[in-house]
Design a protein around this ligand. Sequence first.
Ligand code: ATP
Length: 440
Amino acid sequence: MSAESSLDPARLDKVINLAKRRGFVFPSAEIYGGFRSTYDYGPLGVLMLRNVKNAWWRSMVQLRDDVVGIDAAILSPPAVWAASGHLATFTDPLVDCKQCNERLRADQIDGQCPKCGSRDLTEARAFNLMFKTHAGPVEDDGTVAYLRPETAQGMFTNFLNVLTTTRKKPPFGIAQVGKSFRNEITPGNFVFRTREFEQMELEFFVPPAEAATWYDYWINERFRWYHDLGIDPNHIRIRHHDPEELSHYSAGTADVEFLFPWGWGELEGVANRTDYDLRAHSEASGTKLEYYDQASNERWFPHVIEPAAGATRAMMAFLLDAYHEDEVEGETRSVLRLHWRLAPYQIAVLPLSKKPELEEISQRVRRALAEHFMVDYDVTQSIGRRYRRQDEVGTPFCVTVDFDSLDDGAVTLRDRDTMEQVRISIDALVGEVLQRTYGR
Ligand code: ATP
């Protein structure tokens, strides 16, 4: 697929439609008319989103010996966000259109309301994006709490806890995957920008002199992650921020961008945050978040390299990039060419008929595969229709159980992309599919 065709706006509609029709993503509270750019993940969406997060965790935690994970609270006290700078500066410039009252982000428009075309806009004012609530029954200033707008602060506030419990020393990282909340002024483009979303963040703590090297290292690693999981290299790029674009804490930021149907958009930011966060929390809390190097008898603040990705936004990019249409026997086939690690189901078991003797053997095959993979089981409609249904949701392999299977103990294994079919003994099936997935 060329760069041009990924910009086709019809592609976005097709993928949104498929996501709804096949149970990936539903508009939230749909029976009440939906709820403002909020989405629910359906039976296939929950599988795929989990796979995206697992692929990240595997790459960032499981395969490494220098990163550990945490799962911090979403509700947090104002002190955290005062120290991090979010209370003062986590704002977007908000303007109102005086004609149609639309609320707009001043930095996203060219002085003109995209809804009604008017140029009669209010002055921009800073709008804080954090969701504020109260912990407990009393609603006063002393009970204010915030829903976290990023997962990162949990890694900083737990820096010493992790250091003392794991005996790690810089360079090492703390990873976290979880929900974040931002009261976005203009959510939209499906799950690209929502008010509730999931992030996958790593805070990697390094000796100050090594920060520049690790910054480059993580930019490359993170680009490679998307590429390894099947994103066309023509559809992702690294964009280095200009100095005037940098956040107050950053000595360097580069985004991994994806070519969305409306143009390039951020998937992930990799930032060199220096020692800003550990210093700020040390000063505000009175607890010194330093590393004590026994060998040299020195204390210092590690510098932090942060790759911060969106899980829900990444899932959307994976879906868009995997969507293809091709001609099969004179018909158009829609197929999601998803990496097997991301596909909701890795394999589907399709008994040719509902006869009990086929059912029994098919269920045995399903159970054996289910020890290793997420397996769909489908007995409805013609086999051709069932293959198309699996292709459309990205299932890499289908296994057909037919009446010959009763005699020869073999089944037909079909590949989604080549559509090649091979006859294989049931005893060898699990090994063959493991070979075609983990073995590659
Ligand atoms: P943007 O400029 O798109 O608002 P950002 O630069 O504020 O994003 P970060 O704070 O760097 O984003 O967050 C890291 C990642 O979290 C983003 O690259 C994106 O993938 C994801 N993310 C941030 N805000 C949202 C949102 N409202 N909806 C979905 N994903 C989001």
